[in-house]
Design a protein around this ligand. Sequence first.
Ligand code: DCM
Ligand code: DCM
Ligand code: DCM
Ligand code: ZN
Ligand code: ZN
Length: 268
Amino acid sequence: WGDMGHQTVAYIASNFVTTPTKTHFQKILGDTTTDYLAAVATYADTYRYTSAGLYSRPYHFIDAQDNPPSSCGVDYSRDCGKGGCVVSAIKNYTSRVQSTTLSTANVAQAAKMIVHFVGDIHQPLHDENLDVGGNDIDVTFNGVSTNLHHIWDTNMPEMYTGGSTISTAKTWATTLTKAINTGTYSSDAAGWLTGIDITDPVATSMLWAQDSNAFVCTTVMPDGVSVLENEDLSGDYYTSAMPVIEEQIAKAGYRLAAWLNLIATGST
Ligand code: DCM
Ligand code: DCM
Ligand code: DCM
Ligand code: ZN
Ligand code: ZN
């Protein structure tokens, strides 16, 4: 996701963590404001372009070597590369954030990474190898040349919300929090936590990756790549994608809150 998507996920999570979890992470992050999660949600995207952070580039995705649209599926041993992937990163940083021997800076960095990567694993094209997760599929959006990955990360969320700032994210998070509590997602939300297990971060985040990757076949490219290439996707395609984007952002925030609760207190 782009910055605004990540900040929305973080604000939704802020709305669902328990008070002890909030206190725990405010202390780790050295930030007692209500923005303590949203303020660090994009850190991993800045870090990956620094020379010190180059190792973390593969941590933002898992390259499922499946065959969309006829067959979707993620396999940890097949798809998590030698340099790591989003699933191994969630495992590593979940361990590091609970360390009593690492430096405060390393523990804080681990918290920032978790906030970001639980967001990324919910973007369907971050769970797909084809055409570098859609980066090599050229499309236009409202007449502007871009690629399929980028419209899922950024253009479609920004067109829907009408903004790109942290204030846009806060407003969208308020809307999605209501949808989880009393609206569209109220009967689904409990099921979003099925299988969550703090003692098995790989199994847990593989469930999230599978769930997200399935949308590559049903929604991202239901008729294959060729019908999308060089087309403008701001019409019917956008209309079909947007409900999935909203659900995945809502789910990411809700699952992130549960994961942070498990880290801080041992229960969701
Ligand atoms: N930081 C952040 N978001 C960014 C970039 C940096 O929250 N997009 C934070 C993380 C650290 C501080 O700024 O607390 C500096 O981080 P670093 O020195 O690791 O880049
Ligand atoms: N780091 C990390 N995950 C790792 C190893 C290192 O997040 N598996 C981070 C922690 C430090 C930075 O990279 O902020 C440099 O770490 P070190 O000094 O341990 O090489
Ligand atoms: N990306 C991905 N899968 C890949 C490579 C990249 O999901 N195999 C994502 C990470 C960024 C975007 O695509 O969100 C652009 O990546 P980069 O800036 O590394 O080209
Ligand atoms: Zn992306
Ligand atoms: Zn990312």
